[in-house]
Design a protein around this ligand. Structure first.
Ligand SMILES: [Zn+2]
Length: 392
């Protein structure tokens, strides 16, 4: 039986974080941020060194010492060389951040072998995907000519739509066991929450994360027929029904407001800018007497990778601000749909505790790196919502 909002049983009041939990969350956040900054420094130093110092010698070495006369073979070899070198250079920091820190703070349940296998799989996927993208990009530069950047942006848009559909059914299951949610009580809650939206009740899944991590997570994924809400088993097992309802309502909000589609469109605009800047770089840095797209050398690849990395770095605060705006929209939506202010408060307090999320990070850190609003801000929203409720 559905309780009316006013009669809804209050979830046990949100246990605040203890001083120790707060200090832990701050220390974890700072350590992760430091790793991120070092990682950025490594990435940029590496790409700058390769683009401006090593690219041409490497290309010559591949041509003369390795006997690779075909530009295609040299392109793929150069990309693989850069990718593997980058992985090797980043490995110590990745291990420290992804394995040691997670264990130090009691968040990871992975063995070292499992961490290695999953990292390898992840990097292999990224490298194969990168190889396909880079080959496609050079095919367009060499054969399409002046408008290659526009065709490349259109192709990238199609790829992102395709990936949007395939990620939840092909990629996520490589890393996690995902199955349809079977809990009858929760499904009944979900049915009432999805009523009036175009999200089908078929689309709620349970993702087994607890063998990897103690962190709780939930997401809206997929496009079209693969659109679904995925809830981590960590969240399903630790959260009470009202709290899960709040999280689900939040995820449904992402669907109702069309956030995934909006992000894909934003991505398309970014691609146009990205490839257009690459085109400018091709022409400005060319040493050809008369510039010809068909004669663009393989050695320009690291410069293009540097441009793409730089643009994504420069745009990330903007993208994060947009993401935080989306999250606030969905938080408010979840409050409106469930009216469960106490459950909302306890759900976010639990999330902060389980994920060791700093409830109030520095504003600059939020501006630069956070794609979700800090927990304290989300809790403050609950109070604003409560204030505007009609008094009983
Ligand atoms: Zn969200």
């Amino acid at each position: 039986m559905d309780a009316t909002p006013a009669e809804a049983p209050a979830t046990e009041s949100a246990p605040e974080l203890t001083a120790k939990q707060l200090a832990d969350a701050k220390a974890y956040g700072n350590a992760k941020l430091t790793c991120r900054v070092i990682d950025l420094v490594i990435d940029f130093s590496f790409l700058i060194a390769i683009a401006f110092l090593a690219a041409e010698p490497l290309d010559r070495w591949l041509t003369h010492s390795c006997g690779l006369q075909s530009a295609w073979l040299r392109l793929m070899s150069l990309f693989l060389l850069v990718a593997v070198l980058h992985e090797l250079i980043s490995l110590p920091l990745n291990f420290y951040s992804g394995y040691m820190l997670e264990h130090k703070f009691g968040l990871s349940r992975q063995s070292i072998v499992r961490w290695l296998c999953r990292s390898l799989l992840q990097h292999a996927l990224v490298t194969v995907f990168g190889l396909l993208m880079v080959s496609g990009m050079f095919a367009l530069i060499w054969y399409v000519g002046p408008w290659w950047w526009f065709v490349a942006a259109a192709a990238a848009f199609l790829v992102s739509v395709l990936l949007g559909q395939l990620v939840p059914v092909l990629v996520l299951p490589l890393f996690y066991k995902i199955e349809r949610l079977e809990d009858a009580d929760l499904l009944a809650r979900f049915t009432s929450l999805t009523a009036g939206t175009t999200l089908s009740i078929q689309g709620v899944y349970r993702m087994q994360m607890s063998s990897e991590t103690s962190k709780a997570n939930a997401m809206l994924a997929g496009m079209g027929r693969t659109r679904r809400v995925i809830l981590g088993d960590t969240l399903l097992d630790e959260f009470q029904e009202d709290e899960i309802a709040v999280v689900l309502a939040h995820e449904i909000g992402h669907h109702v407001f069309g956030h995934i589609t909006k992000l894909v469109v934003l991505g398309a605009i970014m691609s146009i800018l990205n490839f257009w800047l690459c085109d400018l770089a091709l022409r400005w840095t060319s040493t050809q007497a008369v510039f010809s797209y068909a004669a663009v050398p393989v050695s320009v690849l690291p410069l293009l990778l540097l441009i793409i990395t730089t643009l994504s770095f420069v745009a990330s605060p903007l993208q994060n601000a947009l993401s935080r705006h989306f999250e606030r929209q969905c938080d408010w939506y979840a409050l409106e749909q469930t009216q469960l202010v106490d459950a909302y408060r306890s759900a976010f307090t639990k999330l902060a505790r389980l994920n060791k999320a700093d409830p109030a990070p520095h504003r600059l850190e939020v501006f630069l790196t956070h794609d979700h609003p800090p927990i304290n801000e989300r809790l403050a929203m609950a109070e604003r919502f409560r204030d505007q409720l009609p008094q009983a």
